[in-house]
Design a protein around this ligand. Structure first.
Ligand code: FBP
Length: 552
């Protein structure tokens, strides 16, 4: 790293805060709760995880002067980038060293692949110092390889044994933590002395439950998007000539869209989970946006902001059915379809689809019809996340307004701009919250390793309070699992958290959205503040604040 920015230099000196129980090091006193079960399908989970099932939730108490033993630990970053990953590794490093200075940390390179292929580097103090409080996963890289086969587990065992590694820490989302649990079970059931600990990562915010209040990176990513949305709100309100349609990353769940709506108060925000619950059609969504545009036009406000969650398309029942039919149809006629040009493929689909799906397909703009037929993954499935829903909705709203104009029911001008915010936020320098939270998660992982735990996820709770009041400990991963149908088979998985329509964050949004639709009630959050008064630097998300019963 040759040249660093002044902010990065100043930020390197930031000392993340730790929960009180970890202030004296990662050698802690363990407080064990009751034996646990599973989130669902208890008997099936018990059977599949006979060695690790039922472990108690553990929390820590400080044990000043207590010494630990030397651990060699391997760490993996898994899946999409999320701000704070480097701080999890720094916290883990410092925690291991607090147990014993002889402890060593190895980083497996480019994700789970590194563990299987034995591609690694030892992480020493000087190297760790280069990455403290920085964004990104470039320290050791990440990857999306799934760790799930016995062959991979055997490779992992052999590679760990060769390096003298006693524990593996997997930093990942719900799937990666599910795999961490399967790996822990594999080792424990065979008396292989390698512990496995998971850490909850993903900007999507969908890895959370009673014990994991949020996944790391969600806070920072939402702040970056909200800053950008706030800037667009201000631009819209200044120029008064555009409606901005903004798609936000987040895969299936709409947590990011909801949090950004709570931070910026846009004119319209779609929450996919509500669309699915109300079985809304694309036409109904368009109608609702049109109603807001018309209402604002009556107040001479021919501008606005619409937030769209990345996963929306799959939550619209009629589009979900269309995509499923298209997947079957195009796969079954692959040879014939492949020989056609883009237009020909769309015509083929329109002719062969069921009447309902053909109607929906024909109602879509030509560009989207082409995307549905042409942009397919190696398995032949539509690549839903590539569909430009922001352009789709902007185009459909425009077409509907043109009809209204013809009918003499609307006379204003309607200009649009479209945006997609996703990658912009995934590698931002972690906010104070994420810097502290991630460092604490890494340190907690070290404490769990020191206490001999395996099959646990590091948990740092009570995040609404200052870090000294945070509760650090470990949650048995089996406790978060249930059985779900995946690729034609029943699999044990961590239950994904979607936006709850009876949860406080959605209720707050629902109670205010009618006013935000018509009024110009924007809030401009501005950029993340790393230095300055605590009330602007040490914030938590609105989602967390509302979920924990505090106002916003
Ligand atoms: P994770 O679930 O692995 O944390 O990934 C988050 C995410 O940023 C999603 O929001 C997005 O849909 C996806 O990754 C994009 O993946 P890719 O980096 O492969 O384009």
């Amino acid at each position: 790293m040759s040249r660093i920015s002044p902010l990065q230099k100043a930020r390197a000196a930031y000392q993340p805060k730790l929960p009180a129980a970890l202030r004296h090091g990662a050698a802690v006193r363990i407080v064990s709760g009751e034996a646990t079960t599973a989130a669902g399908d208890v008997e099936a989970i018990r059977k599949l995880f006979a060695a690790t099932f039922g472990s108690p939730v553990v929390t820590f108490e400080a044990a000043p002067g207590c010494a630990g033993k030397a651990f060699n630990v391997g760490v993996i970053l898994s899946g999409g980038q999320a701000p704070g990953g480097h701080n999890v590794i720094s916290g883990l490093f410092d925690g291991i060293k607090s147990l014993s200075p002889a402890g060593r940390l190895f980083g497996f390179l480019r994700g789970p692949d590194g563990l299987v292929k034995n591609e690694y580097m030892e992480l020493d103090a000087a190297f760790i110092d280069l990455y403290r409080n920085t964004g990104g996963f470039d320290m050791i890289g990440s990857g999306r390889t799934k760790l799930e086969t016995p062959e991979q587990f055997e490779q992992a065992r052999a590679n760990c044994e060769a390096l003298g590694i006693n524990a593996i820490v997997i930093i990942g989302g719900d799937d990666s933590n599910t795999n961490a649990c399967v790996l822990a079970e594999y080792f424990k059931s065979r008396q292989i002395p390698i512990q496995v600990i998971g850490c909850p990562k993903t900007i999507d915010g969908d890895l959370k439950n009673e014990w994991i209040e949020s996944s790391f990176g969600f806070d920072t990513a939402c702040r970056v998007y909200s800053e950008l949305i706030g800037n667009l709100c201000r631009d819209a309100n200044s120029a008064k000539k555009y409606w901005h349609f903004i798609k936000l990353m987040g895969r299936s769940a709409s947590h990011i869209a909801l949090e950004c709506a709570l931070q910026t108060q846009p004119n319209f925000a779609i929450i996919s989970e509500e669309v699915a619950a109300k079985k809304m059609t694309l036409g109904q969504i368009v109608d609702e946006i049109v109603a807001a545009v018309v209402a604002r036009a009556e107040k001479k406000c021919n501008f606005g902001i619409v937030l769209i969650p990345e996963g929306l398309i799959e939550f619209i029942p009629e589009i979900k059915a269309l995509i499923a039919e298209l997947n079957e149809l195009l796969a079954a006629n692959a040879a014939e379809v492949d020989a056609l040009d883009a237009k020909g493929k769309a015509a083929f689909a329109a002719a062969k689809l069921s009447a309902d799906s053909a109607r929906v397909f024909k109602s879509l703009p030509e560009g989207i019809q082409n995307q549905l037929c042409n942009d397919r993954d190696p398995h032949g499935n539509v690549q839903v996340s590539l569909i430009e829903t922001e352009k789709l909705l902007a185009g459909m709203v425009k077409a509907r307004l043109a009809e209204l104009k013809k009918a003499g029911k609307y006379s204003a001008k309607f200009g649009t701009q479209t945006h997609f915010f996703g990658y912009e936020g995934r590698c931002a320098a972690p906010s104070n919250f994420d810097a502290d939270y991630c460092y604490s998660l890494g340190y907690t992982a070290a404490a769990l390793i020191g206490a001999g735990c395996t099959g646990y996820m590091a948990s740092v709770r009570n995040n609404i309070e200052g870090a000294d009041k945070w509760i650090a400990g470990g949650i048995p991963i089996t406790m978060m699992m249930n059985m779900e149908r995946r690729h034609g088979a029943d699999k044990p998985v961590i239950r994904k958290a979607l936006v709850e329509l009876d949860g406080a964050p959605f209720k707050y949004f629902a109670a205010h959205r009618a006013e935000w639709a018509v009024e110009t009630a924007y809030v401009y959050p501005g950029p993340i503040q790393y230095f300055g008064p605590s009330e602007v630097c040490d914030l938590v998300t609105k989602t967390l604040s509302l979920e924990q019963g505090k106002g916003i």
